[in-house]
Design a protein around this ligand. Structure first.
Ligand code: ZN
Length: 296
């Protein structure tokens, strides 16, 4: 367990890889857990040993709220933009693009496939924090920076006294930036990423895999990471010029490996990601027109 001043870094299984994530624990008088994707046993032990007084989620995704349900009596906060969304299964289905891609029937199917715990993780959230406001947890200062793009509400906790940022899903993995819900936004993703670099900080902690970066390392990785967006643009543009239909394009595996596209949720996110790039490239041809172009 790594520690920076009062901040303890807790790992999730398999290097905090999705469907888990890294958590932070503020070991001050108030005992605050940030995201609950760390190993269940670690969190339960910590609760027994020190007590978790408050859980704060950076955003609503299941890999960051994973173990909220293990602490039913603990107060839980999420960002103010996503609080309402997470009240209902329909709200979460919409931001995941289920409605956009598959309509109400899709939502019904999706609901049936949802594990009960996943619903509890969200409906158990009791309140919100304010963005860009300095909270002091028994002497430990932290601000929840609004860093939209990955989702519309994502917050990155910033500890100014320690020069530490928890950059959550700015995870610097080779997969690249994820903005594949209907609440994701490519331009906002880039802008928020650049904002993280502008902070007076020298320790960047990602929510998954790689872990801790110095500012210099984070800067270099961010360049590579954001460049993946341009590569996706190029790839999609090339396929469209070749005359592929939207259906064909969404079967190639621009974001996810082709073999994963049989999975309904990956397929949904693949389609949404492609739509966002088409829009950005000014290739807003409706699917039917794309079909026509090809049949000519
Ligand atoms: Zn996420």
């Amino acid at each position: 367990m790594e520690r920076i001043g009062p901040i303890i870094i807790l790992e999730g299984p398999n290097h905090s890889k999705v469907p888990y994530s890294r958590s932070l624990f503020i070991d001050s008088g108030e005992k605050v857990l940030i995201d609950s994707g760390a190993e269940a046993k670690t969190l339960l032990n910590l609760n027994q040993e020190k007590g978790i007084g408050l859980i704060i989620n950076t955003h609503y995704h299941p890999d960051h709220t994973t173990h909220n349900h293990l602490f039913p009596d603990t107060e839980k906060w999420i960002n103010p933009i996503e609080f309402d969304i997470t009240r209902t299964v329909e709200g979460v289905a919409r931001v995941n693009g289920i409605y956009q891609e598959w309509g109400t029937l899709g939502i019904e199917r999706w609901k049936k496939s949802l594990p009960q715990e996943m619903i509890q993780n969200l409906t158990g959230i009791t309140g919100t924090y304010e963005y860009e406001t300095e909270y002091v947890f028994e002497g430990v200062k932290v601000s929840f920076l609004h860093t939209p793009g990955h989702t519309s509400g994502l917050a990155c906790p910033y500890f100014p006294e320690w020069g530490v940022v928890f950059c959550s899903d700015y995870d610097m993995t080779s997969f690249g930036p994820w903005y594949n819900g209907t609440d994701g936004d490519i331009d906002a993703f880039v802008a928020s990423g650049k904002r993280l670099l502008s902070l007076d900080a020298d320790t960047y902690i990602t929510g998954h895999q790689k872990g801790i970066f110095s500012k210099q390392e984070f800067q270099k990785s961010m360049e590579r990471y954001l460049a993946i967006i341009d590569r996706r643009d190029e790839m999609i543009e090339r396929y469209v010029r070749q005359g592929l239909t939207f259906e064909e394009l969404s079967n190639i595996g621009i974001f996810y490996p082709k073999k994963n596209l049989n999975n309904a949720i990956y397929r949904t996110w693949e389609r949404i990601g492609i739509r966002k790039h088409l829009l950005r490239l000014g290739l807003t041809l409706p699917e039917t027109t794309l079909d026509l172009v090809k049949s000519k």
